[in-house]
Design a protein around this ligand. Sequence first.
Ligand code: GLA
Ligand code: ZN
Length: 728
Amino acid sequence: MKDMTASILPSGQICYGGDWNPDQWPEETVTEDIALMKEAGVNLVSLAIFSWAKLEPEKGRYHFAWLRDIMDQCAEAGIYVDLATGTASPPVWIAREDRSSLPVDVHGTRLEFGSRQQYCPSSPLYRDRSRALARALAEEFGDHPALVMWHVNNEYGCHTLQCYCDNCEREFQEWLERKYQSIDELNDAWNTHFWAQKYTDFSQIHAPRDMPTFKNAAHELDYWRFSDAQLLRLYLAEVNELRSQTPSIPITTNFMGEFEGLDYWEWAQHVDIVSDDSYPDPALVGGAHEVAFTADLMRNLGGGKPFILMEQVTSAVQWRPQNTPKRPGQFALWSMQRVARGADGVLQFQWRQSPGGAETFHGAMVMHSGKRSRFWPEVTQLGRDLDAVSDVVGGRVEADVAIVVDWDAMRARKLSVGPIEAGESFAAARAWHRTLWERNVTCDLISRDSDLSGYRVVIVPEVFIDYPDLARRLEAAAEAGTQVVVAAPTGVVNESMRAILGGYLGSLADLLGVVVTDHAVRSPDVARWSKSDQAVFDHRVDRITRAVGVPGAQPHHALEVTSPALERALDTIGSPTPLMTSGMWGEYVQATQPASAATEPMWLNDEVEVIAQFSGRDGCDLAGWPAITRRQVGKGAAWYIATDLEAVSRDALLRVIGAYARVDTTGADLPDGIERVRRADITFYLNHSDRAVQLSGIVGRDLISGHQVSGHAVIAPRSTMAVTHTDD
Ligand code: GLA
Ligand code: ZN
């Protein structure tokens, strides 16, 4: 990533605006739009994202005059342009000229024209024409005064991530040959010796379309990686054209949060500014946390540099089965939340709500009802509020705690057949992040290659692939004083999905002082009582069955706490019994060098302390086996958690770890609903609750209201205070 100037706009303002699709409107509307944009404080629009059919109505015949006219109007009005390369939705003539440019799904069905993103990532025609269009646009508009940023394509992989056509299959074979060099290498890596899958030539390997039963997970994982690489290649082809014409204009492509399909750690290396599209559901109580999580992810993808929120909605989306609008104030609140966590831009999809087509009922800055919509005052107010906090532009967010998120490991976890189906992307990382967020502990989301120095706590949750290099660096961090926290299931397979033999955790075992010998998950969703009979068992007559214990049918594990510090933490939370709970994941943990017979639960050596153990309450077979361990390492420590802790347990444990690490947890004492984040010299207080909240001990100027605060302050429901510490 190149280091572009700290601010995207010459004015140094926070970017505000959205996708603008004026090609669907008559000229009068365009004129009105510009006037309304001025009223709303819009200073940046993303143009031409879906305009290919208008930009190149026939192959090689470009029609740019209309776009120039609009860009001129923008320049005159002081509105800057994030100009798209327009390649997200190829026009119909591409599909007509070459049907193989259309993608094929996993069932072998070719997907037709009439929606969007209908291109095969390996199509030579698509690749050539998209590159040519990017070049033509750069030649035409590269020196336009309104241009401040390039927006390449749109949401790569959103609809068509993996294409299973013959072209892709051939390119996959070549990709495999480059990766493995010899077919024997591949056979070993994929363990094709099982189920007679052995290949004698790369040309025999199919794209993993529908198969009779479970696929070879290594085959699939490589196909995911290949598909990711194909899209990255398309992106880079456009980028090369843009860079050669306009080396000083920053380039972005909009990411989609924790989207599993693209390894954004890799993609982020190739964008100048990270940008993100984010649509938390206002009907879910977890919406505010989702904002925080994705914002932290985007900030860290850019190595801590500011990012842009490229898309969100003012009101409601249209693509869910039910689409609840944001509540009054929530649009601004969630926008400020992103600014607080590192965004230098707040853009919406879209500027004006479409009059027709698939997104007719997707909200916009200008709704169908125009200025009479309840959202219009919120849109203009946010324009003013963002201006008021523009001092934050370029500012950094500091964190003492980091959580490792790794795309490849997440994909491996999802593709693994057993021991239990994976949840949403980065589910474990989100859970740990949420616990920290609830306590106002700012945290970074880092890659497995990130620099670990400077973090007091590093959490490694559910990193399914064993990475020896990460293990080495975690060890060094622990030696230097970091509390390293590893949570299951971690280090279970290698990068080719082959099981780690001799005990899971692999290269982390030495650091943690433990290995995992067996998994023991629960299956509460199995409702029937035996394989063959759906009948309900009746304890009055089924005298053998009623004596059978099935702890595996319980949805939770119970843990008994053995550490007094953890017991005190539970007590503080109001959970006075020394019991914790976790979910369906459990495992047998043993010391790397057991002091006694390995079959005994009390197996540990002096080096490893047991913090909590599985309880025997529900007849659990893990009773007495360690669930949480801690090993002192140099100036720090290494913790291992052999289960998926639930909210209270996670919170209690983090209190204990935080105390060891001397992490500042004063934010946890703020009133309910208040999120506090500091960015550069500004502390943001975000009130997510439905009530006005009184805060004390705040001194400084609230940039949003303009008021000086000395001591007490009241924040209205769903609103923000941005307090600057620098004296005026
Ligand atoms: C994505 C796309 C936009 C639009 C929105 C709707 O983010 O990039 O073009 O379809 O979804 O939410
Ligand atoms: Zn294809």
